[in-house]
Design a protein around this ligand. Structure first.
Ligand code: FAD
Ligand code: SF4
Length: 338
């Protein structure tokens, strides 16, 4: 681990100015991912710009009915906030399915969006990895690829984005508020993370030195019909093999609105609008959910060890949509990770 300076910023504008004045600096929030990268020598920095002290009200109701999550507040404070539990239970469930209680107490909302893939080869500095070292090759494609992506992959990278929180944020049509050297802007959640293409070293569409300041949730929180299902090798401290967030709006048994987002299958939260449109106006039946699942998984490609994910994802979609009809029936996979 290299030596670095530590700067405690006093305001977003101060943090942005400080980081922009240096060649090789990073923001640090909870440090639950960044410190690992430093310890494994996957990243070197001249300075860490601490943004933890920028915390304000963790969840704020806005005048237009939307709700603003503070980027610097912890995942735990967000998940257990009464407004989130009451108005966005899908988000609360998804956050609590992640990591462990200790990590959720440190991890921040902004940091969660920017955590790096858990591809084993990315974390092993002795192996080729296009995400870590562009142009070096991808060890996973012909390696042990059990956890890797089945959708949106490229010849350069088949890694998945590991967040749980972001799968719910994708289903809720959240917006990311950012501030940077060129001012402030908002990014639709679907446009925030990237597919790997031939530049897998870029995980998202943030510009250099931009700071995430908040995450906005539209007024509609899908309080009656929602479910988050996380399938993983063990119930705690494990990333999703496949996860599904379903948010549904029903009128009698007809689907008025539905969002289905998948985790653990691609380089970004995966949504297929055509499948959601197909379900709107239809009855909420297993057959219709199964047809939508086929559309969502269409074009999936598997590798030597992860072909099981294709069938697993289809079944998870159907099961989760059925659970969303009766949220109280959510499987243990949706209970908080200890
Ligand atoms: C053992 C373990 C298990 C885990 N399991 C899960 C899991 O099951 N599901 C899950 O979703 N996550 C899981 N996580 C990941 C965890 O949720 C993330 O590490 C955490 O959310 C990152 O937040 P942080 O505040 O600690 O970020 P940091 O580690 O401080 O930063 C991460 C990155 O974000 C940048 N950054 C941080 N805040 C900002 C900001 N506001 N603006 C711009 N850049 C910023 C940093 O520069 C850095 O590049 C696990 C982590 C560990 C260690
Ligand atoms: S899948 Fe991506 S992150 Fe993993 S080794 Fe290949 S290039 Fe690196």
């Amino acid at each position: 681990m290299n030596d670095f300076n530590f700067y405690q910023s006093k305001a977003p504008v101060d943090a942005i100015q400080e980081i922009s004045s240096l060649e090789n600096a990073k923001y640090i929030a909870g440090g639950t991912n960044l410190i690992d990268l430093l310890k494994y020598n996957l990243l070197t920095v001249e300075e860490l710009v601490d943004v933890n002290h920028l915390k304000s009200e963790s969840v704020k109701e806005l005048e237009n009915g939307a709700v603003l999550l503070d980027a610097f507040s912890t995942n735990a404070d967000t998940a257990y906030h009464p407004i989130i539990e009451d108005r966005y239970p899908l988000l609360s469930k998804a956050i609590l399915a992640g990591a462990s209680a200790q990590i959720r107490n440190m991890a921040t909302n902004g940091g969660n969006l920017l955590q790096r893939t858990r591809c084993y080869y990315f974390y092993d500095a002795n192996t080729p990895c296009n995400k870590r070292e562009p142009g070096s090759g991808c060890s996973a494609i012909n390696g042990y690829n059990r956890n890797m992506a089945i959708l949106g992959t490229s010849e350069s990278c088949i890694a998945v984005f590991p967040s749980d929180m972001c799968i719910a944020l994708s289903a809720l049509n959240a917006t990311v508020n950012v501030s940077g050297p060129d001012g402030e802007r908002k990014i639709d959640f679907t446009d925030f993370h990237r597919l790997p293409g031939d530049r897998p070293h870029l995980d998202n569409n943030l510009q250099p030195n931009e700071l995430i300041t908040g995450i906005e949730l539209p007024e509609k929180g899908f309080v009656s019909n929602y479910s988050y299902l996380k399938l993983r090798d063990r119930n705690s401290y494990a990333f999703a093999l496949v996860s599904v967030a379903t948010a549904m709006d029903l009128e009698d048994d007809l689907i008025k609105d539905i969002r289905i987002a998948l985790g653990g299958v691609a380089h970004k939260p995966w949504r297929v609008k055509a499948a959601e449109d197909f379900l709107i106006g239809k009855t909420a039946t297993r057959d219709n959910f199964a047809a939508a699942a086929e559309m969502i998984i269409e074009g999936a490609t598997s590798y030597e060890f992860n072909s099981f994910k294709i069938e697993l994802a289809k079944r998870a979609i159907i099961r989760n949509c059925l659970m969303a009809l009766h949220p109280e029936t959510q499987l243990p996979g949706a209970q908080p990770s200890a």
